[in-house]
Design a protein around this ligand. Sequence first.
Ligand SMILES: Cc1cc2nc3c(=O)[nH]c(=O)nc-3n(C[C@H](O)[C@H](O)[C@H](O)COP(=O)(O)OP(=O)(O)OC[C@H]3O[C@@H](n4cnc5c(N)ncnc54)[C@H](O)[C@@H]3O)c2cc1C
Length: 479
Amino acid sequence: MGSKAVIVVGAGLGGLATALRLSHTGHRVTVLEKTDQVGGRNRRVQVGDCDFDGGPTLMMMLDPFRRLFSDVGERLEDHLTLTLCDPSYRVFYVDGTRLDGTPNVAKMVDQIRNLSGERDAQRYGRLLGDLAELYRVSVPQFVQRNYRSPLDLVRPKDIAAVMKHHLLANLARRIEKYVDDPRLRMLFTFQTMYLGLSPYDAPWVYGVLTYMEYGEGIWYPKGGLPAITEKVAELAESRGTTIRLNAPVAEIKGNQVLMKNGEVLTADYIVCNADLPYARRELTKRPIAPKRSSCSAYLLYVDYAGGLPDLLHHNVFFGADFRGNLESIFHEPLRMPEDPAFYACVSARTEADRAPEGHENLFLLVPVPNCDYPISEQDEGGLREAVFGRLKKEVGFEPQDVRTMRTYGPRDWANDLNLDRGAAFGLSHDFLQSVCFRPSNQDTTNPHLFYVGASTTPGNGLPMVLISAELVVERMGLK
Ligand SMILES: Cc1cc2nc3c(=O)[nH]c(=O)nc-3n(C[C@H](O)[C@H](O)[C@H](O)COP(=O)(O)OP(=O)(O)OC[C@H]3O[C@@H](n4cnc5c(N)ncnc54)[C@H](O)[C@@H]3O)c2cc1C
């Protein structure tokens, strides 16, 4: 097979990993990125004197990262210095209790015993074992796989796995078989929020996310999560990829890419990394049938003067009514949560250089409805008040110590990164939009056009997007 000319639209991790893989095998790759930096959702943000991870903050499931590097003749550890975050995160419950989640099983069992008693503590091993088995079976069998049609899922081997491991059972219901304490039930299911999906709407198979955290742990690369995309971009360039920033694409037609500045580029293949529902509507002019979108995320990047020693690198705050909170974000009538669950990150806890001495680089992420609910200024004010109030109560946060702050909400995700409906996590991951039901990575009418990234197969999250790059290269026949 000769060398092909490939244009990748978008320099998110999916686009960059595809570019690296293809340029490593001798193809001529040009990446066109709308914004002024690589990374997409995983980019660097500077606010005040602090350096922030722009979106993702948790590096989990190292296998696809290792595979990308080894497939191009490199070792992950030679390029990224990884630290295990242990404890993984601190959880704050409204009743004042706290728990430090950890992959250390003995420590976890002790904490469960202290929180909820002997029965849940005794059963933790079984939960972890079953989740490990779920992960071992479902990732190779269902995730790392190119589907041609839903019929691909009716192999006897797949049906047997679905039945045996209860893959399609409801996650929030099934966890009740493993733990009694409602606080632990939240703890072991809220991870579907990483996909922008409520655990009450999620199948049990997404318990693999819980396994990633408690079985394998959460990692931190020196320089922050954006160091991953920066490194992949650098390796792609070292193999001949050209990356053009500030290069928005206006349309994809056959084997041509029309840029906003009027340039027309031609290639053998085009791989579109821009969010798939947006790309189909705006770039190919063939919108997909309406699909459910994930929720969005309201972010606050805070340069905070002072110390918040009770916060670890990663922290999760649950509100009083977890289910009600989820209902407001995911189900009609959509509304802003009044007592929101949220996530707080201080990456300077692991890498001091990311904030000057005496500052905290406090990153706050509040799951909120996507653009289907237009957030008003009053909503934003209410949300900030609720989050700051909770932080004050739990860790002594003082609003007057905010030196500089930048907020980033659903409309920003839509306008800036072209995420359809401002859905920060792409298309939703309910069962009928997962595995073979997720929009394919191959365009059905344009033989030159393929897709990579969070809204195509297999789904959202950095490891999934890396698998998406593996799958698209295989689909193109350029593996
Ligand atoms: C707030 C938040 C927190 C998250 N936390 C985690 C986490 O902790 N761990 C984890 O693993 N995952 C996390 N994720 C998910 C993860 O960030 C995404 O799955 C992943 O970054 C998506 O990569 P991508 O390549 O699909 O797309 P993107 O990163 O969205 O990249 C697409 C690129 O295409 C560009 N583009 C769009 N339109 C055009 C156009 N017309 N012309 C040219 N370029 C265009 C965009 O500018 C963008 O750079 C999080 C996501 C969010 C939003």
